[in-house]
Design a protein around this ligand. Structure first.
Ligand code: F6P
Length: 411
């Protein structure tokens, strides 16, 4: 089966995180792995901290990270070696983009990483996050580190003090990427400034663009299908039919719901199909109709019911049932095509710091919801996205909070 990715990569790539603790490395690493796997690449995170915790226990004192503590140094080196070993084995088994998540805070360590990857025929792109904004660092410690296994059951203020001491140890030894002859992207103060060097080819460019758009400001994304349309009533796929009276009633309920949730104008995106535009109309706000949000193109099956497709084109019906993700309607699209089509929108969605409402369609929302909720690609075409329901998603440092609300559509 084709993975449906835009461009296959010629050589495996290690994305190597660099940065002091609490600079958002793990957040970026996870988001990036999620984005790349959703796009169709074999991507995985190798987090050195997890190897350290497994091998030497989660609860080590800050002095473990003192650069003059030879025993601590040795243990940390071992964890780094184990993670690297696993990543290289994974590459040999067909892994494409490995994300090596550690501080990699000295030039010596980075030279070692480069050597390991080079000998294994793996390209390297460093992603360094630098931050000197104390408010961002503090928020990061409280939002993520206090939830980590290292601080389970420990008083929050004591945990914060210990984590600051850990950072101070790293600061003494930290060498930002300077004149190293490597490919790198530096993100300064959560993307306020970006520096890049030797970013080569399609995939490194995509990664750079993706990480540039990440931020940690919590905001809500509402996803909803259009209200019921006459095509839904008739049970046909595709078309561009208007709302039924139930659909129009849902549009009014949605306007009330969003009016309560979103007092200030946020961003409202709809598809360009009339059932979506009509659903957003009672909101009385500026909306942006986007072609990219139009429903999956059913090609020659547009306007048919599933029963008609099964009867008149049994081969097509069987192929779609066997592989709903990869199956492409003749002269239409597959779910993989839709994923590729929505790729630019994902970057826009990541970039938004204000609430966003998306009024779109079944297949499109499966793909967007699947991305945001970390669903496996194969599961995406089967996600249940009912009519007359709003899904509220709030991306957080570790995962996405999801709430669904069924709205009244009675006439
Ligand atoms: O039935 C409504 C609809 O939006 C169709 O227009 C579209 O083809 C279909 O859902 C997508 O769902 P599935 O991939 O399950 O056929």
């Amino acid at each position: 089966m084709s993975l449906g990715i835009p461009i296959a990569i010629a050589k495996p790539l290690a994305v190597v995180m660099v940065g002091l603790p609490a600079r958002g490395k793990t957040y970026i690493a996870r988001k990036l792995a999620r984005y790349l796997s959703w796009t169709g690449y074999r991507a995985e995170v190798f987090n050195v901290g997890n190897y350290r915790r497994e091998r030497f226990g989660a609860k080590v004192p800050a002095s473990f990270f003192d650069p003059t503590n030879t025993q601590g140094l040795d243990s940390r080196k071992k964890a780094a070696f184990l993670a690297m070993d696993d990543m290289l084995t994974w590459f040999r088994d067909g892994g494409e983009i490995g994300i090596y998540d550690a501080t990699n805070s000295t030039q010596k360590r980075r030279a070692w990483v480069m050597k390991q990857c080079d000998e294994a025929g793996v390209d390297v792109l460093f992603v360094e996050t630098l931050c000197d904004d104390a408010t961002i660092i503090d928020a990061n410690i409280r939002d993520t580190k206090l939830l980590a296994p290292d601080y389970q059951g420990i008083d929050p203020d004591q945990a914060v003090a210990d984590f600051r001491a850990r950072i101070a140890h790293y600061e003494r030894a930290y060498e930002p990427i300077a004149c190293e002859q490597t490919s790198f992207v530096k993100l300064i103060n959560v993307g306020q400034r970006i520096e890049a060097q030797h970013v080569q080819g399609y995939i490194q460019g995509r990664i750079t663009q993706f990480v540039m758009n990440l931020h940690i400001t919590p905001r809500t994304i509402w996803l909803t299908r259009h209200g019921e349309s006459t095509a839904n009533m008739a049970g046909v796929v595709g078309t561009d039919m208007p709302l039924t009276s139930r659909g129009a009633a849902y549009a009014k309920s949605l306007a009330t719901f969003i009016g309560e949730q979103l007092p200030q104008p946020g961003t409202i995106w709809t598809s360009t199909l009339q059932r979506a535009i009509q659903t957003a109309a009672p909101l009385g706000r500026t909306t942006h109709p986007l072609k990219v949000l139009d429903e999956i193109d059913a090609g020659i099956c547009d306007g048919m019911t599933y029963a008609q497709i099964q009867e008149q084109m049994p081969g097509e019906f069987a192929r779609r049932s066997a592989d709903k993700l990869g199956y492409r309607y003749p002269r239409g699209e597959s779910y993989e095509d839709v994923i590729a089509r929505l790729d630019p929108l994902i970057l826009e969605l990541e970039r938004q710091q204000n609430p966003v409402l998306v009024v779109s369609h079944n297949a499109i929302l499966r793909v967007l919801y699947g991305y945001l909720s970390d669903a496996a690609r194969e599961a995406v075409p089967h996600i249940d996205v009912p009519l007359h329901t709003v899904m509220s998603l709030t991306p957080r440092a570790y995962g996405c909070e999801v709430k669904t609300t069924v709205l009244d559509a009675a006439v």
